[in-house]
Design a protein around this ligand. Structure first.
Ligand code: F6R
Length: 250
């Protein structure tokens, strides 16, 4: 099912698998149209299926990552890139190790840097120097965060150090042995970086995301729900499974 609400294209797919296939299809079309695309990448549970599909498309010679540059949205801080919970490790194991992307052109905020401010400025500059992000992939937190832009966000920020919301720490504890092991900070692209992307796709699956999806689309644009800012972007596609779409379809 395809909807258009407030200028936002919304695809409601039957389940997680078809949502993942649909998003992989959008990404591969984008790459076919512009083989040197700059992708903005997300981690977390939601895009795992999409990465699997992209690997499959690559193995079937339907997509070629040869000329792709990528920037990840975020990374925990502090964290070593060899730590299994780092987003650097996640990207290698879920995508980069399985496709022909040039790892020298994949960028993830450095979770180990001594000088965070300098690293953030350099990250913004690198995105700017390659001409900005063509296609940004997003998940959404239960609290409405995108990247690690937590409620009460400053919409003007670019890449910056964030103190993680307690809800985010709780939600992400499932990946760690103990909740106390979840880093308290992260480095994240800011809302400004995300809003400057030429096209954005946001994915959500499962009933737990239904309310936040409803509110980000129908509520007012507010820093209390960071994803609501996407109502002001002119090229956003939202991909949902039926459960996440529960409150926006009858
Ligand atoms: C990950 C990220 C986060 C996640 C969000 C949803 O790079 O930026 O905003 O997209 O926390 O996470 P999942 O998909 O695990 O529900």
């Amino acid at each position: 099912m395809k909807l258009n609400i407030k200028g936002i294209t919304i695809f409601v797919e039957d389940d997680y698998l078809s949502m993942s296939k649909k998003s992989a299809e959008i990404v591969s079309h984008r790459i076919a149209n512009k083989p040197n695309s700059v992708l903005g990448l997300a981690t977390g549970s939601t895009p795992e299926g999409m990465y699997k599909e992209l690997i499959q498309l690559y193995l079937n010679k339907k997509v070629n990552f040869d000329n792709i540059t990528s920037f990840n949205l975020d990374e925990y801080y502090p964290i070593n890139k060899d730590n299994k919970n780092s987003y650097a490790y996640y990207m290698n194991s879920h995508l980069f190790n399985h496709v022909n992307i040039d790892k020298d052109k994949t960028f993830i905020p450095n979770g180990k840097t001594e000088n965070v401010d300098k690293m953030c400025k350099e990250y913004d500059q690198m995105i700017y120097d390659v001409g900005g992000i063509d296609l940004q992939i997003l998940g959404i937190g239960n609290n409405g965060h995108i990247g690690f832009n937590e409620p009460d966000v400053d919409f003007e920020l670019t890449t910056h150090l964030v103190k993680l919301d307690d809800k985010t720490i709780e939600a992400n504890a499932r990946f760690f042995a103990n909740i106390d092991d979840v880093p308290k900070f992260a480095v994240s692209m800011g809302i400004q970086n995300i809003m400057q992307s030429k096209k954005i796709i946001l994915m959500a699956s499962g009933e737990g995301k239904a309310k936040i999806i409803h509110d980000m689309i129908f509520g007012k644009v507010t820093p209390n729900l960071p994803a609501s800012i996407l109502q002001l972007h002119n090229n956003v596609t939202i991909l949902l499974d039926k459960k996440a779409a529960k409150l926006i379809i009858n």
